[in-house]
Structure formats: structure tokens, C-alpha cells
Ligand binder design. Structure first.
Ligand code: ATP
Length: 441
């Protein structure tokens, strides 16, 4: 057998094609020609996404100091006035006067030729373009009925600060976490699911005593980095990108991003922001409702807490996990396989049940019924066993269980490990324990 050569993902298009072929991600409304930069998660994609969300939810809310919520996407329009989104949530937009293409002015050289039509001196002056999607609530088409699709989930948390603090009897420091859709009318979406107009965020706002933001920042930086590594991302594909003071958002006094090395280059995956009391102060002022916290540990002092936020894109995390897991292994002599080396907790399918022959379907289905409520399984009887293993490798299934004619005699099955490809014989009555030991997260 030749020496093993392993290579990583080289281009996004390789991944896009695997995602389509294997049921991870399809273009939205494909039969109508698609809708630009909108994507649908298919059967494997939704499993993968649910695994990512569940890992985040457990890491962030299965602890005594953090509670979860699920706020509405539509909120009172004054929320966006208070948060600064109506005035500030803009990107500088330029048009090419010749071909009408639009660009983000901060992404191009305005004096250069248009990258679409090649014409020079053709750009309009940059103007601010608000990224929020506006729609109307109720049957009357009137500006008084204008509402927005939320551009971030954070504001649903800020406006519920006192509801959660009071009902759950929380003392500082404590956090509120949420997973949900956010919408941004991006000028230049693209690179598959890296930048879309509809996406999911996983955000947590940690309410702290003013003055403690530096420690909170260090603490959460470490935890969030560890979360990504625990999901299987290789540390060499992660780096910090601190924002310098000229680069800070209008609400922040400190911020840093976690970037991942995508095939298109390093890109932001998560932001960790010290938001001070900016948001609570703004909501207190605009709503007229006091949002102060009464600190019983500090002489009943009343103040607005500071906030340390961790904000990660679910879709971008998923993209990073797929890019990182993708390997092509070549052992020479036509012995090549594509394997998604997902951490087993992330893998969409945990176990494949593969009867060697149609005549073995009865014991195979019996085994499947025993394990399918604990692990998402695939059942496959078609084609040669080698082909079936390759199909499972390509979607990252950690374990394949083969039922053969010996199974009828020795009441045992062959379990194949995705990464080592080592096969071992395991008695049928030990399979549950075998899987439980290996798939416990
Ligand atoms: P970018 O600079 O890439 O536009 P941002 O700094 O505006 O991102 P945040 O507002 O901090 O992003 O949002 C937090 C996270 O939400 C990002 O790190 C990213 O993972 C995700 N995210 C933001 N915009 C998009 C988008 N258009 N498509 C997919 N994910 C997004």
C-alpha cells in the first residue's frame, strides 16, 4: 500500500458541490432559478446545524448564571431607534454609473476601474445604505406601520433584561442567551453561506458590574475559543483579530473577533464585544422605563450593568466546521477517499447500518430499531460495501456497522471506524454499550 497523502479543502466550490450532492445545502427556490445568496439546509445540513446549536446552547445555558430566551423577530420600531440601527447600521454604497453594479465603498478602490464592466471613473459618490429590511405590520400601508426584521438578536435580550433578572432572581454577573434568525440587506453577499441576507446568530449578553469588563473579556475570550476547538476546529485555523480604537462599533469600548481560515482567506466567525451600558441606557431613555439593577451585595446601589457580548454566526460556524473537516486522502493505486473528519458530536449521521445482502435485512432492521432513537442513523443496502463506506466517509459518519452472514451464526457485527478504517467484531448485545462509550458528549 502506498504512502498516505492527505490534503485539505482547496476551494469553496469543491465544498458547494459536495453540499449539494450529499444533501447538506441547496440553493433557495432552485427550481425557479434560485434566489441570490439564499440557501436551504437539506436533510444533512439541518442535522449539522442542530448539532451546532445544541452544543452552543448547552455550553452557554446549562450553567447557573446564564438563562436562555427566544424573542420575536419583529420588535417595536423604537427599539431600532434606541439601539442606533436606524441611524448607524449602514454600509457605504457606490454604484457603477455604466453597468449599475453596486459595491461596498470600503471594499474597493473607488479610483480603480469597475471590476464588473472594466470602465474607469465610473463610481458615484459613496452614500450610506441602511442594512435593515423594512416591512409593514397589519393591513394598513402607512409609514406608521413600518417594522424591521431584526438585524441582530441582541436587542431582544436587552429589552428583556429586567424580565429575566426579576423572574429568575438573578444577581450580577449573569447572562442571557438566544439563538435566532437575523436579517441584513447586505450590499455584497456571497461566498456560499459566509455572507447571506438571512442567517442565524447565537448570542449571549453577560451583564456585569461596571469596571469589570476587562476580566469578563478575558474570561469569555478563553471560553469561546475553547468551544470552537472542542467542536473539532484545528487551533492553527483560528486567530484573534482585535479591533483597534478607530475600528470599534458605536456601542463598544473593547472588541475582538475570532477569525477562521476559510478557503477565501481569514474571515470573522465570532465577535466578542464589551458594549458598556450603551444599550440599556438607550432603552431606558427611549422607553421611559427604568432598567437599573439594584445591587443588594453593594448597599442597594442602583446602576445600569455593563455588558460583555459573545456573538457567533451559526451558519459561519457550520461553514468553518465543514471546511476544516474536509480531507482528501490518497493512498495511491486509485485508493482515494474524501472524508469529513467531523468531531462525532458534530457529524450529522452518527451510525450507518449496512446489511451485506438484502437477505440480511431482518437482523439489520432489528438493530436499527434498537439504536435509532439514540443516534441519527442511515440505513443503506444498495451497492458494494466499499462504495457504501465511501459514501459514509464523504458525509463524516463516525461508525459503520455491517451485518453479514456470520452475524446469523455468531450474533456479532463488524464496526468500522471512519478515521482509522479499522474494523472490529462486536457482539450484537454489546453494540449499545459500544456506541454509548464512543458517542458520549
Ligand atoms: P461582518 O464584518 O462580516 O459583516 P459583523 O462584524 O457585522 O460581520 P456582527 O454584527 O458582529 O458581524 O455579527 C456577529 C456574527 O454574525 C459574525 O461574526 C458572523 O458570524 C455572523 N454574521 C454577521 N453577518 C452575517 C451575514 N451577512 N451572513 C452570515 N453570518 C453573518
Amino acid at each position: 500500500m502506498g504512502e498516505m497523502i492527505e490534503s485539505n479543502l482547496e476551494s469553496m466550490s469543491e465544498l458547494v458541490s459536495l453540499c449539494k450532492r450529499r444533501g447538506y445545502i441547496f440553493q433557495s427556490s432552485e427550481i425557479y432559478g434560485g434566489l441570490a445568496s439564499c440557501w436551504d439546509y437539506g436533510p444533512l445540513g439541518v442535522e449539522l446545524k442542530n448539532n451546532v446549536k445544541s452544543r452552543w446552547w448547552k455550553a452557554m445555558t446549562y450553567r447557573p448564571d446564564i438563562e436562555g430566551i427566544d424573542a420575536a423577530i419583529l420588535m417595536h420600531p423604537d427599539v431600532w431607534k434606541a439601539s442606533g440601527h436606524i441611524d448607524n447600521f449602514t454600509d457605504p454604497l457606490v454604484d457603477c454609473k455604466n453597468c449599475k453594479s453596486r459595491f461596498r465603498a470600503d471594499n474597493i478602490d473607488i479610483n480603480a476601474a469597475c471590476s464588473n464592466c472594466g470602465k474607469k471613473d465610473t463610481f458615484t459618490e459613496p452614500r450610506n445604505f441602511n442594512l435593515m429590511f423594512k416591512t409593514q405590520m397589519g393591513p394598513i400601508e402607512d409609514t406608521s406601520a413600518d417594522v424591521y426584521l431584526r438585524p441582530e438578536t441582541a436587542q431582544g435580550i436587552f429589552v428583556n433584561f429586567l424580565n429575566v433578572q426579576g423572574t429568575m432572581r438573578k444577581k450580577l454577573p449573569f447572562g442571557i442567551a438566544q439563538i435566532g434568525k437575523a436579517f441584513r440587506n447586505e450590499i455584497t453577499p456571497g461566498n456560499f453561506i459566509f455572507r447571506t441576507r438571512e442567517f442565524e446568530q447565537m448570542e449571549m449578553q453577560y451583564f456585569i458590574k461596571p469596571g469589570t469588563q476587562k476580566e469578563a473579556m478575558e474570561d469569555w475570550k478563553e471560553r469561546r475559543h475553547k468551544w470552537h476547538v472542542d467542536n473539532g476546529l484545528r487551533p492553527e485555523n483560528l486567530r484573534w483579530a482585535p479591533h483597534d480604537s478607530d475600528n470599534l462599533a458605536h456601542y463598544a469600548d473593547m472588541a475582538t473577533d475570532i477569525e477562521f481560515k476559510f478557503p477565501i482567506g481569514w474571515g470573522e466567525m465570532e465577535g466578542i464585544h464589551s458594549r458598556t451600558d450603551f444599550d440599556l441606557k438607550q432603552h431606558q431613555e427611549h422607553s421611559g422605563k427604568k432598567l437599573e439593577y439594584v445591587d443588594v451585595m453593594d448597599g442597594n446601589k442602583k446602576y445600569l450593568p455593563y455588558v460583555l457580548e459573545t456573538s457567533v454566526g451559526c451558519d459561519r460556524t457550520l461553514l468553518a466546521l465543514m471546511c476544516d473537516a474536509y480531507r482528501v486522502e490518497n493512498k495511491g493505486e486509485d485508493n482515494e477517499r474524501v472524508v469529513m473528519r467531523f468531531h462525532p458530536a458534530i457529524a450529522p449521521i452518527k451510525v450507518a447500518v449496512l446489511p451485506l445482502s438484502k437477505k440480511l435485512e431482518e437482523p439489520a432492521k432489528k438493530l436499527l430499531e434498537e439504536i435509532q432513537m439514540d443516534y441519527k442513523c442511515e440505513y443503506d443496502v444498495s451497492q458494494s460495501i466499499g462504495k457504501r463506506y465511501r459514501r459514509q466517509d464523504e458525509i463524516g459518519t463516525p461508525y459503520c456497522i455491517t451485518i453479514d452472514f456470520d452475524t446469523l451464526e455468531d450474533k456479532a457485527v463488524t464496526v468500522r471506524d471512519r478515521d482509522s478504517m479499522v474494523q472490529e467484531r462486536v457482539p450484537l448485545d454489546k453494540i449499545s454499550d459500544y456506541l454509548r462509550e464512543r458517542l458520549r458528549f
